[in-house]
Design a protein around this ligand. Structure first.
Ligand SMILES: [Zn+2]
Length: 498
């Protein structure tokens, strides 16, 4: 019989319950699963965890993240997405196994410490080898976080998709990337990994074609086939920047100038699809997504840091498209923290409409839990504290100053919590953070290991920065051309011009 744990006397946050003053209840966990939630549960044989003074929240789902540049945290500022890629992609490629393990662990522990129990890692794994896949999956198992792993695939070189490519000298084009693996080779690789490591326990799979404009129809159709055969969710970057709308209109004319139509035409617009970002999606395309029960993962933190603009929260909400939240790269947001993401989701309504009204805190909590769960293909297994679901739980310390006074669980989780109140974290019934201490990984040893790795890493970073200097003026000019074209859509606030 699986071991049983009784979590006694916590306030249990239930999406359909009292979201301001959650009821006090016990949670009985058997193996990895919640088997009962209610007052005064009895279980003689169960280990007991006292949770009075704690708010129990469903584990948060980070529905968009890349572990390849976690060690670049704090290294960038100022740049736009397109220019930042010149740095972050090479810094994630061709790294040692020790470094891949360490960066995966660092990201996983940061997630856990901020109450994230599931992470969707859309990993740019270069080189794309079985050894490297093994290192990543083993690190996630070691950390004890629930992972939804998807090595990114693409078969159109990055430079081919830069607008005004002809204005860039050859060596700058080379820096952006002029090579790509073939579609068939990558599809075979993905199939082989699914066979080698079938989903088990807290390890799950997804598919990640980089972006529709970076993949041939052959690769995308292959992903659609794998998705249908294995019932796998698909994540792909869509309409992150304004330039991508221009690309859609100019290069995808036979699909009505729409990347969503293109995804539909290659068989990917299904309930398993999630498009990431969608800062520059049109209202018609939102409705099209909603009708297909496809979803959108919003990443306000990286969209702001990389100057992409603000996703249209109120329009998205009105369209009824399903939503999830993510934190994106560590060098594009510098933090894995869904409390920040939830807060921005609620606050950004104000940039387009001063009318009193939603989105409200409890909606943000739904998107960061149930919405994320649905996006990663675990809609009925995680995201809520109820019988039959996996025991992925966050224990929030109500003695933290953020709850003094304590007026509303939902509002204070979204507007006041920073992550500081996260005291313990359970994933699949196992305590992976226990009263402030990570139980799975020796954090001090990891700290020392990363310090050792960083000596070499920083030298490589300096070399990359030096080599990119020449590219900056060309990139800036190419991007100014993009910004000067009116596309009839606005995702930036107007500046006051003197
Ligand atoms: Zn991304």
């Amino acid at each position: 019989m699986p071991s049983r744990t009784l979590i006694r006397g916590g306030q249990v946050y239930e999406h359909g319950g009292d979201i301001h003053r959650p009821r006090t209840a016990d949670v009985l966990v058997e193996g990895s699963t919640i088997v009962d939630v209610g007052p005064d549960l009895r279980a003689e044989d169960a280990a007991v965890i006292e949770a009075s003074g704690k708010l129990l929240v469903p584990g948060l789902v980070n529905a968009h993240y890349h572990s390849h540049d976690t060690l670049c945290r704090g290294m960038f500022e100022e740049q736009t997405l397109e220019t930042w890629l010149l740095y972050t992609l090479p810094m994630g490629a061709g790294r040692s196994k020790e470094e891949i393990r360490a960066r995966t662990l660092v990201g996983a522990l940061e997630c856990l410490r901020s109450g994230i129990t599931t992470v969707q890692d859309m990993l740019g794994l270069v080189p794309l080898t079985e050894d490297n896949v093994d290192v990543v999956l083993s690190a996630y198992r070691e950390a004890g976080i629930r992972s939804v792993f998807s090595p990114m695939v693409w078969d159109i070189p990055p430079v081919a998709m830069v607008r005004h490519r002809d204005t860039l000298p050859d060596d700058v084009q080379e820096m952006l990337g002029t090579r790509a693996l073939g579609a068939e080779e990558q599809l075979d690789f993905l199939q082989a990994q699914l066979d080698r490591h079938p989903a088990v326990g807290a390890q799950h799979w997804a598919l990640a074609p980089f972006a529709p404009q970076r993949c041939t129809p052959e690769l995308l159709r292959g992903c659609a086939k794998l998705s249908a055969e294995h019932n796998l969710p698909v994540f792909t970057h869509v309409y992150e920047t304004r330039g991508q709308v221009l690309i859609a209109r100019e290069l995808f004319g036979e699909h009505g100038g729409s990347l969503i139509n293109f995804l539909e035409d290659v068989g990917l617009l299904t309930p398993l699809l999630n498009i990431v970002h969608s800062v520059w999606i049109s209202r018609g395309e939102m409705d099209q997504m909603a009708a297909a029960d496809a979803g959108i993962v919003l990443n306000f933190l990286s969209n702001l840091k990389l100057k992409s603009g603000i996703a249209p929260v109120l329009d998205l909400r009105e369209s009824g498209v399903r939503l999830a939240l993510g934190c994106d790269n560590c060098s594009g947001t510098d933090v894995q923290n869904l409390f920040q993401a939830m807060k921005l989701f609620c606050l950004f309504a104000a940039v387009s409409d001063p009318e009193p009204g939603p989105p409200l805190a409890h909606e943000a909590l739904r998107h960061a839990t149930l919405g994320g769960a649905r996006a990663v293909g675990l809609g009925d297994r995680i995201g809520a504290i109820e019988s039959g679901r996996e025991a992925d739980l966050v224990f929030i310390d109500l003695d933290d100053i953020a709850y003094l006074p304590y007026n509303s669980a939902a509002r204070q989780l979204v507007y006041t919590e920073t992550g500081r109140g996260v005291e313990s974290v359970m994933v699949a019934g196992r305590m992976v953070v226990d009263r402030g201490t990570v139980t799975t990984v020796d954090e001090q040893a990891l700290r020392e290991e990363v310090a050792g790795l960083m000596r070499h890493f920083v030298d490589d970073y300096d070399a990359v920065v030096r080599s990119r200097e020449r590219a900056l003026p060309y990139m800036a000019e190419a991007q100014r051309r993009v910004w000067s074209q009116d596309i009839g859509m606005h995702r930036f606030l107007q500046r006051t011009r003197a």
